[in-house]
Design a protein around this ligand. Sequence first.
Ligand SMILES: [Zn+2]
Length: 305
Amino acid sequence: MIKAKVKAKESAKPVANSKIEKAKKTESKPAKKETAKAKIEYAEPAKPKAKHKEINPDVTIEERLKALFNLQQIDTAIDKIRIVRGELPLEVQDLEDEIIGLETRVKNYTDEVNVFEDTIVQKKQQMKDSLSLIKKYEEQQNKVRNNREFDSLTKEIEFQNLEIQLSEKRIKEAKANIAAKNEFVEKVQAELDERKSDLKHKKAELDDIIKETEKEEKSLMKQSGKAEEIMDERLLTAYKRLRTNARNGLAVVTVSRDACGGCFNNIPPQRQMDIRMRKKIIVCEYCGRILVDQELAGVEELVEA
Ligand SMILES: [Zn+2]
């Protein structure tokens, strides 16, 4: 599951980009297909498990509730690891896309500068040609036999002088364009360097996190599997369904300040008492989450007046 997520960029482009911050920088990037929130897959034990026991009468409801709460804690820890890691491959992908975009811009600018430079070379050559023509015409003027020939050469010289002026103008324009383009290139290049350095760090971070969390995740998965063994099939199925449906992956919550810790709707005092008795598995009547009291959860309940 982890590998699949990380390698996603090699096969298909990740569709999602949940970073709001990123959205601001999208102008230079190819349009994103979607900006849907990155889907977080909640922990599921990887290995096929032995068939669960039917409800074991020796296991009390209280023990089951404790096991459920324990399982929830472990699964939440796994979720957290996946959330942290889940964003990074996308961030790396975004940076890579951005870098490609910036590199293309630099290349385009460089190509344009090259065209202007070619123009300068070409116009300089034309000026040289014009100057040598002028020289030739002036020499010819010394050998003319009549005024008509002289005037015709004068006109040619004037024309070449105009050509020189025109070339000078074109060179000046090209130089101005090159200067402007170079300024752009410099800016884009600076941005590019920054992104490349960001990418290097993100990639290192991603590698570290993968290395670190893989171990932790495996150990948590093992614990999760053990905690599941205590439970009967029906309860486990209910727990998993709740987790899938709950946006934050919480299927088991505590009663906190007289309210459900999942949806924050109020729980009547009688129901709270029943929860504290631990004789029945009680679910929130609004969101359906399994409710446990704070003492069972190991949280110090404030003494009520
Ligand atoms: Zn609720």
